[in-house]
Each structure stands twice: as C-alpha cells, then as structure tokens.
Design a binder for this molecule. Structure first.
Ligand code: MTE
Ligand code: MO
Length: 449
C-alpha cells in the first residue's frame, strides 16, 4: 500500500449502500428519518481506524463474539437460487421520480454507485420497456428469418429455441447504453445521483449465435441484402434497422445467455439481439423476426425515437453508435466525504467504437489532468473500470473523468458538444460529467462548460 493509504479518508455512501441490523428494522418500519440520522452516526463511528478503536474504546465488534460465530450456520441450499445479503437491500434499480410511467413504458436505472468492476449483476441491469415486460414461454417462442424479397435470402426459416441453442455459440462482454442516457443533462437539469445521470447503462457477458451464422444458414445474398430489420414480440412491436456490415463483422449476436444463465425476462428472455457499440434501442428484446432488405426501413421507432434535433433544424435519424464516454461513480452525487485524506476515485469508461485506451481524471474542473489506472483486460465495446489515487485537502474540488478510445476520439466537454449538437437534443449526450465537492464533503452534480 502507498503512504497515502495510511491516512484514509472516509466516504458516506448514498443510502443505497449497506445497512446495519438496526437500519434494516428502521426501513421495515418505514422510518426514513431515522435511517438518514443513523447513517450520519454510522459514518462518524467509522472514522477512527479499527485497531485504535479496539484498544481505546474496547470495540465490542472485536471483543464480543457474536452468536452466529459460535453456532451452526444455515445448511446448504437454504436458498436454492442465491440472493444478496439483507444488508444490501437498498442497492436497487430505481425509477426516476421525475419521469412519468406511461402504461408499461418506462425505465429503471442501474445503481452504478454501488457496483465494482465491469459486470452488472443481472438483477440490477437497467430496464427500458416501451410496452412493459413479459415472461415468455421459451417452448413457444419462435424466431423467423426472412427476406424482403426471395432473391435476398433463399431459404427463409423459423427457428425454435432448441434449434438455436444447438448452433455453435459465442460469449462476449459488452455494454448496453440507452440513447437517452444522461438525457436530462442536455437541458441542465442536474439530477442528483450517478444512478439517474448515467444509470441507463449496464454491461454483461452475453451468449448466443452470431446473426451471421443464421443468415448464412438461410442463404443470404450479402451483395443485395445490405440491411437487417429486427422485430420484437412485445406489445410495442419494436423494430430497428441494422446495417449489414455490423452483422458481417460477426459482432451482432442473437443472444439467449446473460452472465452465465438465461436472459432475465426484463432483458428479453428468451431471445434478444446484441448489437455491440450501438444504442440500446437496437438491442431488440423478445426477438421474433429478422428480415433482410436492400434499404433502411425507416420504421415508426426510427422516425420518432432517439433522433437528434441539430442546430440547423434537421433531425439526425440513425445516430446508432454510442460515442466514447466515462463517469466517476465513487465519489459521486449524493455521497459525502467525511474527512480529508486518501480516496480511491473510481469509475467506468466505454466506447461504441472499440476499446478504451486512456482515462484522465481532473480534481479542479478540467484544468489539470492525471492519468487513471485502467483495470484490464480491456474488452472491446465493454465497460472499462478505472481507479485513481486522490488526497482530498478538505477544500472545494470538481471531479471529472475524460475517456479516450482506441480510435483517438476524446470525450468532449459540454461546451464542445453543444457547439456541434446545439441545445435542443435529448439523446446521445456523452459529455464530461462533473461532481462538485464542497468543504462539508457533500458531493453534487454540476455542469462545467
Ligand atoms: N422488444 C423490445 N425491445 C427493446 C425495447 C422494447 O421496449 N421492446 N426497448 C429498447 C430500449 S429503448 C433499450 S434502451 C433496451 C433496454 O434493454 P434492457 O431493458 O435490457 O436494459 O432494449 C431495447 N429493446
Ligand atoms: Mo433506449
């Protein structure tokens, strides 16, 4: 450990993080105010190093053996499907208080502030449904593959799940980000936490069959068939056009697996399209049909959703690639630094164009930059974890991260992004995020141009 680590600072996590026994009771009783106060108390108690506390105060957590450590534990398979500890019961995906739920159409955000590494636990994966979710019977689910014309695809087929799962699979780690992620920040609506600013983002290992394998099985003519239409089976009949080059590269996957098990119902069980680097809406869930065609389809979803109004008054319709972006997840909005000293500043970076090459972090609002440690191996079109040492001197600070991908593209500031994209946009915001730290240690969301 470095010398810095000998004088660690302490962080009060946002209340999404772990609870004590007493706090669990308080939550159960719905006594929110008690919860808030006991967090402050718990934070203060944590501030003295463990050994010093034991010696000076006779820390009962060291001196008294708890009953559980001297009695029989619970038997195996008490939970045939394992669940998180009860002390983690506040780490949840959450709906934004500011966003309306229209029928089943809404979004729940991933608690990025409480996650480590790059894999999103399946139960915390963000959700975005245009017409709610269903738990679909896999024995009745079918995938049809056809052409807009017979000359484009010679042998149209319908696959059962069993048939798909017999084909040679691939497993790859990729991020998925909704094109609307960080959307409210365009209008300078500084929502409080990283869960709400950046939580329409998740990363999983997906398993499935490359779409290329299926199209070739059906006799596709790549010379004529230059586009693919993907269609979902849910009430929204979600349809998106995907250019054939992406499919030919082998990256597009017809996936049934997520983090080693079948997809979760909310994420499209039993079948979804994985389109690495491309905005979430193209990752069609409950996938029931693939059609190949010779031109973009310009469907309803492509005409009205996830389009960008540009300063010249035109709409950009197919902004499919998610550009290079990053965000500091700890410390982040809603958390509090309890005292000066060492902090490990941590976050994630990603790019729809490939691998992350470098992440720089600033503590003074973008004047000086320090290169962060990248936790490898770095994966293609996947979240990439970065960490950097910081000693907080107790004075106001503005924390930022700036990612650079393997194409050399540098994540822009708000000033740079608005110059090109104007101010009327909602989607595809990849600007540098700023977290302001004030003397009291409170961390809030601010915008720096
Ligand atoms: N069939 C279908 N596919 C869909 C959607 C949908 O509503 N229906 N939502 C899309 C959008 S807008 C996004 S951002 C992603 C979200 O995936 P997730 O819910 O697994 O996070 O799924 C996409 N695929
Ligand atoms: Mo989305």
């Amino acid at each position: 450990m470095s010398d810095l680590a000998k004088q660690p600072g302490h962080l009060k996590k946002a209340p999404e993080n772990f609870l004590s026994d007493g706090q669990i009771e308080a939550v159960a009783a719905g006594r929110r105010d008690f919860l808030r106060k006991s967090f402050l108390a718990a934070g203060a108690a944590m501030a003295a190093p463990l050994a010093a506390r034991a010696a000076e105060q006779g820390d009962p957590n060291i001196l008294n053996l708890p009953e559980w450590s001297t009695t029989l534990g619970k038997p195996v398979a008490t939970n045939p499907y394992g669940m998180p500890s009860k002390f983690e019961s506040q780490l949840l995906r959450r709906e934004s208080p500011g966003l309306a739920r229209v029928g089943g159409a809404s979004v729940s955000f991933c608690p990025l502030q409480g996650l480590f590494g790059i894999i999103t636990p399946s139960g915390l994966h963000f959700e975005r449904h245009h017409q709610g979710w269903q738990d679909v019977d896999p024995t009745k689910h079918r995938l049809m593959v056809n052409g807009s014309d017979e000359s484009l695809l010679k042998k149209p087929k319908v696959y059962t799940m069993d048939e798909l799962m017999r084909l040679p699979p691939v497993s790859r780690i990729h991020f998925i980000e909704c094109g609307a992620n960080t959307g409210l920040e365009w209008g300078n609506v500084a929502v409080p936490t990283v869960q709400y600013t950046h939580g329409m983002l998740s990363c999983s290992e997906f398993t499935g069959v490359p779409l290329k394998t299926l199209l070739e099985d059906c006799g596709v003519d790549y010379k004529k068939a230059r586009y693919v239409l993907a269609e979902g089976a849910d009430g929204s009949s979600m349809t998106r056009t995907i250019p054939m080059e992406m499919v030919e590269s082998g990256e597009v996957i017809v996936a049934y697996g997520q983090n080693g098990e079948m997809l979760r119902p909310e994420n499209g069980y039993p079948l979804r399209l994985v389109v690495p680097g491309v905005q979430g809406v193209s990752w069609v869930k409950w996938l029931r049909r693939i059609e190949v065609g010779d031109k973009p389809y310009a469907t309803k979803d492509e005409a009205v959703h996830y389009i960008d109004l540009l300063p010249n008054g035109l709409h950009r319709q197919y902004s499919s690639i998610q550009e290079c972006k990053s965000v500091i997840t700890t410390p982040s909005g809603g958390q509090t630094l309890l005292n000066k000293g060492f902090f490990n500043v941590s976050g994630v970076a990603w790019s729809g164009r490939g691998k992350i090459k470098q992440v720089d972090v600033s503590f003074d609002g973008g004047i000086n930059w320090k290169t962060a440690r990248i936790e490898g191996p770095v994966q293609n079109k996947a979240l990439t974890r970065f960490n950097v040492d910081w000693v907080w001197d107790g004075k106001p600070a503005i924390l930022q991260s700036r990612a650079i991908d393997e194409t050399g593209y540098v994540q822009p500031t708000y000033g740079q992004l608005r110059k090109v994209r104007g101010t009327k946009s909602i989607y595809h915001n990849n600007a540098i995020q700023s977290w302001k730290v004030v003397e009291s240690g409170e961390v809030t969301n601010v915008q720096v141009l």
